[in-house]
Design a protein around this ligand. Structure first.
Ligand SMILES: O=P(O)(O)O[C@@H]1C[C@H](O)[C@@H](CO)O1
Ligand SMILES: Nc1nc2[nH]cnc2c(=O)[nH]1
Length: 293
């Protein structure tokens, strides 16, 4: 377990949030995290103000191809947003509290809703490459071994010691996503399911894929869950989607091999539809009384 100086403590997050608020006029209520190859969403923000991660106090650096490494402020469908064009992963070597620090910074800047995307392998054999999966729940494999971003002393200014996770993914936002996807004609490739997170960076073995599938996983990846845990701890509501970029290999006769190039290629092919889904959801939120942004 990492100690409290590993990142994400209140003072550090407060400093970062104050630095950002002093450098932008935008007061974001929506935070967006872009997955591998899915950073195009940041390019849709109006009147963008861009900060390189390397210029932001206490921020880690993005080290992964397909993660630009910048924070973009602006408006999307009139909503003030902050967008991470690139995220941090456990396998990059950062302590888990450091990779989730942006969620606490979001909270301290006034964000109420977090929308996350990721690229993932499809464990569910009905899923096809290019499907978009609304995440309805997760399985936190590193958490089973004690690697949870909330491990260590709890700071009540962020949230309670033992946060509930049975409502980790906001049901109203899932419902809205289904409605919007139907209207946009995306039903053929829209799925919902359970996302399993592993530490990476190695992709799964065949035995691991079989096990995760039996455990109830529909998709497998290396992100999102840690961010959602920290966001929910701080009381922000979360909506997350996986783009199925490859089918998990379940069969010893298969010639398929997971690789990052394929992940980025598929993300590129479906990114426009994901962007349209998110922007239309944002547009609708005001029209739905239950969705107070
Ligand atoms: O940030 P995400 O979860 O989209 O990135 C996935 C997991 C690995 O970082 C990478 C593997 O191709 O894509
Ligand atoms: N762990 C994992 N992460 C991914 N990201 C994109 N595809 C995959 C995959 O098959 N496994």
């Amino acid at each position: 377990m990492s100690d409290i100086n590993s990142g994400g403590n209140y003072e550090e997050c407060r400093n970062t949030a104050d630095w950002l608020l002093n450098h932008t006029q935008v007061r974001p209520t929506v935070g967006i995290v872009c997955g591998s190859g899915l950073g195009g969403l940041a390019g849709m923000l109006k009147d963008p103000q861009v900060f390189k991660y390397s210029d932001i106090p206490n921020f880690p650096r993005s080290t992964v191809h397909g993660h630009a490494g910048q924070l973009v402020f602006g408006t999307l469908k009139g909503k003030p947003c902050v967008c991470m064009q690139g995220r941090f992963h456990l396998y990059e070597g950062y302590p888990i509290q450091k990779i989730t620090l942006p969620m606490r910074v979001f909270k301290l800047m006034g964000v109420e809703t977090v929308i996350l995307t990721n690229a993932a392998g499809g464990l569910n054999q009905d899923f096809k490459v290019g499907d978009i999966m609304i995440i309805k729940d997760h399985v936190n494999m590193p958490g089973f071994a004690g690697n949870n971003p909330l491990a260590g002393p709890n700071d009540d200014r962020f949230g309670v010691r033992f946060p509930c996770m049975s409502d980790a993914y906001d049901r109203e936002l899932q419902q809205l996503a289904h409605e919007v996807a139907t209207e946009l004609g995306y039903s053929d490739f829209l799925r919902e399911g359970v996302y399993c997170v592993l530490g990476g960076p190695s992709f799964e073995t065949i035995a691991e894929c079989r096990m995760l599938h039996r455990l109830g996983g529909d998709a497998v990846g290396m992100s999102t869950v840690h961010e959602v845990i920290v966001a929910r701890h701080a009381g922000m509501r979360c909506f997350a989607m996986s783009l199925i970029t490859n089918r998990s290999v379940m069969d010893y006769d298969s010639q398929e091999r997971a690789n990052h190039e394929e992940v980025l290629e598929t993300s590129g092919q479906r990114s426009k539809q994901m962007e349209k889904l998110v922007t239309t959801m944002l547009d609708r939120l005001d029209n739905n009384k239950n969705n107070s942004f």
